[in-house]
Design a protein around this ligand. Structure first.
Ligand SMILES: O=P(O)(O)OC[C@H]1O[C@H](O)[C@H](O)[C@@H](O)[C@@H]1O
Length: 533
């Protein structure tokens, strides 16, 4: 093969040669990957040989059951979920396969009306309670694969925003007694899904529902949530295995149960991911699409994430994909320390929405402004037949034109882009996309030597939040005697280092009907006097 022409200028023959040489295609998945507009050069492909040999070996170790998440002492087994025979323990392989069967059967029975809400009425809705990977994966499945009139409508509690909960409960109204409530938390101890569960249960019971007959748990065996579901005899419990991280849980019950309840092809989804896994195990940088992605990300950001990934899928069904990738990529790669304990502040920022919509929003800056990004276009070739050409205008052709136009306009300004093209978008294709990005993140994590499977920063935020809640109890306890106090007085009596959190807490309490009031100027916190009425 002739040397890869460098990416510079607008020499269309050289660009075409780059396109031809770097194009990756798999006929079975009918998927193309084009990284020719990334700053990946011949010398990069050479210098990456040794690091990728190491990364491929590390991924092989991970898939064979190594403790790849050393900090948490955990195996990383999401690849086994779609190829159970790869699990190092035959009992684990059997458990994975059995769980898929149970999920599929349960979904089918709910849709067929053989598993019903109390009183024998068919379930009408699903309320899905989960956050992070336990919320985003299901949302992606739903937005990507739901078809009009098939399966159950979904509603989400993916936060503890009381306004969001109130709106969701109001929309369900009297259908709450025929709503299947699915509480999802791998750890079973995350506060958000717990609080959501408590609120949902109270409302279901208040409207005459039968909570245990409507509730389903997806969690690790033995977790707090699992114990609760077991003790109260919930309708079903599904397993989330210890070796599956939240951001890679979409091929577990977390993504499969939504698929089953919207009548999507969950076996096809798993098969697509498994097929991509096979293709991304190939230990050859140029022949491995996940390696080509990881190498492209590396050169774009100098191995330090200096360019953001802008995800532009040209399909509304993939609108949530950028949010999904945000968690997968940023929670995996955004790390302060590398595996040797050196401070590296690694990461790769991800944002996006969809094309061509974004063409009319922030693409202006991508074309003309700060060159701190690369775009990942996602294209689907097969168009639905329902939208015809009218007066010679075919929306699908415009979409194709907008995609190519944006790619070319960016290239004119030496802005980098990747394009992933799928012949067809279906459950299998979605599985393949998931598998592709999961592996690319794993390989990139090896290249930059970070543990892509833990999230110590998230834990820090959780602990700080717990500290604020305990401070609130102390402040409320102090003010319970009815004595008015300034922030300084509260700080002195509680021996606090800082009073600013107390100001924030009391500002919130005073804004609601919680029995607290304040005298003074809210713009001059030092002069405020708070009291409990
Ligand atoms: O499923 P859970 O254990 O409730 O966790 C939900 C989410 O929150 C955690 O804090 C993690 O940062 C996420 O990776 C996880 O997906």
């Amino acid at each position: 093969m002739s040397p890869l022409p460098p990416l510079n200028g607008q020499d269309s023959a050289a660009l075409w040669e780059r396109f031809r040489q770097l194009l990756w295609h798999d006929p079975d998945l009918a998927l193309w990957l084009d990284v020719s507009r990334m700053a990946l050069e011949e010398q990069d492909l050479e210098r990456f040989q040794a690091p990728f040999a190491h990364a491929f070996a590390a991924m092989e170790g991970l898939e064979s059951g190594a403790i790849a998440n050393a900090d948490e002492g955990r195996q990383v087994g999401h690849y086994w979920l779609r190829a159970p025979e790869l699990a190092p323990d035959p009992a684990v392989a059997a458990a994975i396969a059995a769980e898929v069967d149970r999920l599929e059967t349960f979904g089918r029975d709910v849709l067929a009306g053989t598993v019903t809400a109390p009183g024998g009425r068919p379930f009408t809705d699903v309320l899905w309670i989960g956050i992070g990977g336990s919320g985003l994966g299901p949302l992606l499945m739903l937005r990507a694969l739901a078809r009009q009139g098939v399966g159950l409508p979904f509603h989400f509690f993916d936060n503890v925003d009381p306004d969001g909960m109130a709106r969701t409960l109001a929309a369900l109204a009297d259908r709450l007694t025929t709503t299947l409530v699915i509480v999802v938390s791998k750890s079973g101890g995350t506060p958000e899904p717990h609080l959501g569960m408590v609120q949902a249960r109270a409302r279901v019971l208040a409207t005459g529902g039968d909570w245990s007959a409507q509730a389903v748990a997806i969690t690790m065996g033995g977790s707090h949530l699992d114990q609760e579901a077991k003790a109260a005899g919930w309708l079903r419990r599904f397993d989330m295995f210890d070796w599956v991280g939240g951001r890679t849980s979409i091929t577990s019950a977390v993504g499969l149960l939504p698929a089953a309840l919207i009548g999507a092809d969950l076996r096809g989804f798993l098969e697509g991911a498994a097929a991509m896994d096979r293709l991304t195990r190939v230990p050859d940088l140029r022949a491995n699409p996940a390696a080509l992605l990881a190498a492209s990300w590396h050169v774009a950001g100098g191995g330090q994430g200096r360019r953001d990934m802008v995800v532009l899928p040209y399909r509304d069904r993939l609108e949530v994909f950028s949010r999904y990738l945000q968690q997968l990529v940023m929670e995996s790669l955004g790390k302060r320390l590398d595996r040797d304990g050196v401070v590296v502040h690694q990461g790769l920022a991800v944002y996006g929405n969809k094309g061509s919509t974004d063409q009319h929003a922030y693409v202006q800056q991508l074309r003309d402004g700060l060159d701190n990004f690369f775009v990942t276009f996602i294209e689907v070739l097969e168009d639905p037949a329902e939208i015809p050409t009218i007066d010679g205008e075919c929306p699908a052709d415009f979409l194709e034109g907008f995609l190519q136009g944006t790619r070319a306009a960016l290239a004119e300004q030496a802005r980098q882009s990747i394009t992933i093209t799928l012949r067809r978008f279906d459950a299998r294709g979605l599985g393949a996309l998931i598998g592709l990005f999961e592996r690319a993140v794993g390989l990139y994590g090896e290249l930059v030597n970070v543990n892509a499977y833990h999230q110590p920063g998230v834990e820090a935020g959780k602990q700080a939040a717990a500290g604020i809640l305990s401070l609130q109890s102390r402040v409320e306890g102090l003010l319970a005697d009815g004595q008015p106090r300034s922030l300084a007085a509260i700080g002195a009596e509680l021996e606090l280092e800082a009073v600013e959190p107390v100001f924030w807490l009391l500002r919130h309490l005073c804004a609601n009907n919680r029995g607290y009031g304040a005298k003074g100027d809210w713009g001059q916190p030092d002069g405020l006097v708070f009291h409990h009425t």
